[in-house]
Design a protein around this ligand. Sequence first.
Ligand code: UDP
Length: 315
Amino acid sequence: MSARVLITGGAGFLGSHLCDRYHNEGWDVICMDNLTTGSEKNISHLAGKERFKFIKFDVTNYIDIDGPLDLILHFASPASPIDYLEMPIQTLKVGSLGTHKALGLAKAKKARFLLASTSEVYGDPLEHPQKESYWGNVNPTGFRGVYDEAKRFAEAMTMAYNRFHGVETRIVRIFNTYGSRMRLRDGRALPTFFRQAFSNEPITVFGDGSQTRSFTYVDDLVEGIYRLAKSSEVEPVNIGNPEEITILEFAEEIIKITGSKSEIIFKELPADDPQVRQPDISKARRVLNWEPKTDRQSGLMKTMEYFKNMVQSDA
Ligand code: UDP
């Protein structure tokens, strides 16, 4: 019998790419999602296939799965600043209660558990680039706090299940990632800039655009997660592309590659927006022998067509 994986948040952007990867590797894949931010469209190509099953379910409730499980990838959570602003309580609940339920299931099934954590645990970082050993600079009561603190709690809960119950756990800290199946209107910089560029609308840069991010192409991220799940590393591992760029330069880059006539306009910087973000990936290089293969230029070229089609069908 093939190995069996449960992917929570499996109909989301990252979750659905993981469903594809594990299915292609011959695994039996159970995709669970309550479709709050995920979409059945992301997994429609897998529907009806052997070794694939979709269950519409909210993981903050007791999870009941028939049969054995070898691995749980816990990816359920709203994950863009607009989402946590609109759904602050659900965000806190899925990170805390949802992680607890998923860990309880891992314990009952003797399955390995991998938590999708995030660079947001570093908050607005005072250390740059960010190593896994950095404890972060998070405002617990700010609007991003609902996501950041839920993920920090989820990491603590994961380590407690490892130490106290002996569950085999892994923690990935994901940095900004892009690729097909991202929602056009999730408010994030990359889909927003593509949408504005293809519609020749002004590109909205928040603040003066001097804040930085480091963008990872989705296939690289999936490879890093796949390797981490197989590895024996219990402590958190950063997976991200260290190529760093200011948001203003990024807006200019999108205008250039799309050949857009858009101008750049400046809007107010949201509260607690991290000023810098760049992963230190020496640990991933060392313990997973992983590093990104796709530079930003080629990743954006690969993703551009997807956004162009999305903008056309949106219009
Ligand atoms: N941003 C922007 N214009 C937009 C959306 C986002 O300038 O229309 C900025 C945002 O303030 C942040 C950066 O782009 O500094 C990345 O934002 P995103 O929401 O993509 O990710 P995160 O802040 O979670 O890294």
